[in-house]
Design a protein around this ligand. Structure first.
Ligand code: IPE
Ligand code: IPE
Ligand code: MG
Length: 245
């Protein structure tokens, strides 16, 4: 599958909604948390898969603002897993020249998660290959609202005139500033929705939904998704004849 990929037409940014851990566990007759524990291998596979292909940015939706509403025991297990995973995976990030960063309301995460995350971000900051972006305590509407608040404050304090509002300025206030929009969004487990992920940034992103549950996702599945992307015609509102090169 990897050999079939056109290496001159790779997405620079792939975003993933990692879904289906709970159903994967249920199928084995296990508790939901078992699914989350078994999701780490898939994270490693896509990260290494993207790094080896030369994809520049990989954004993984790890915890949404709405996920706080899950049972307390699951939320606590997810936060704990985040800490242990950062600990265990940082060597893999270094080995693959991956720099880690995060988007979302990071300040509101538990103290030990924030601390571990900060350490791993610092440690990997010199790496020049793939940038791995963890979306944690993230939601698209939260991001849009916080940008709107910043903009309102700029106008209120006289730093900005309403006529200066532009797409560039707006994007500089999002947590994804300096990161190009994803060309490809993958969602596992068959759900046909975006669940409050990157609402502004996915305006023209190609969507790829696979029935594979996240803990079963491997780099072959990543290659399949990229191959499907390469077979799409991205028209950006124009007609086919205009975009054929
Ligand atoms: C995705 O799997 C992981 C998170 C949202 C943290 P789920 O936990 O949503 O699994 P399903 O969708 O219930 O199967
Ligand atoms: C989206 O999955 C969030 C993450 C993958 C972190 P959910 O399982 O929370 O989404 P819904 O509830 O099915 O829309
Ligand atoms: Mg889910």
């Amino acid at each position: 599958m990897k050999d079939k990929l056109d290496h001159n037409n790779l997405p620079a940014h792939i975003a993933v909604i990692m879904d289906g851990n709970g159903r994967w566990a249920k199928k084995q007759g296990a508790a939901r948390v078992f699914g989350h524990q078994n999701a780490i291998e898939a994270v490693r596979e896509v990260t290494e898969g993207c790094a080896e292909l030369g994809v520049k940015y990989l954004t993984l939706y790890a915890f949404s603002t709405e996920n706080w509403g899950r049972p307390k025991i699951e939320v606590e297990a997810l936060m704990q897993l985040l800490v242990t995973t950062i600990n265990s995976e940082v060597d893999t990030l270094m080995k693959n020249n991956v720099s880690l960063t995060a988007i979302g309301d990071i300040d509101s995460l538990p103290g030990d998660c924030k601390q571990k995350l900060k350490e791993a971000i610092e440690l990997t900051s010199g790496n020049t290959g793939l940038t791995l972006i963890l979306a944690l305590n993230y939601s698209g509407r939260w991001e849009i609202l916080q940008a709107a608040k910043q903009m309102a404050e700029m106008v209120e304090s006289g730093k900005l005139d309403a006529t200066q509002v532009s797409q560039e300025l707006w994007e500089s206030l999002l947590s994804t500033k300096n990161i190009p929009d994803p060309e490809l969004l993958i969602r596992t487990s068959g759900e046909m929705r975006v669940s409050n992920f990157l609402l502004w940034q996915i305006a023209y992103t190609e969507l790829y939904v696979t029935p594979v549950l996240w803990p079963d996702f491997r780099r072959e599945h990543l290659h399949e998704a990229i191959l499907a992307y390469q077979q799409r015609e991205r028209r950006f509102g124009k007609i086919s004849e205009q975009v054929k090169s």
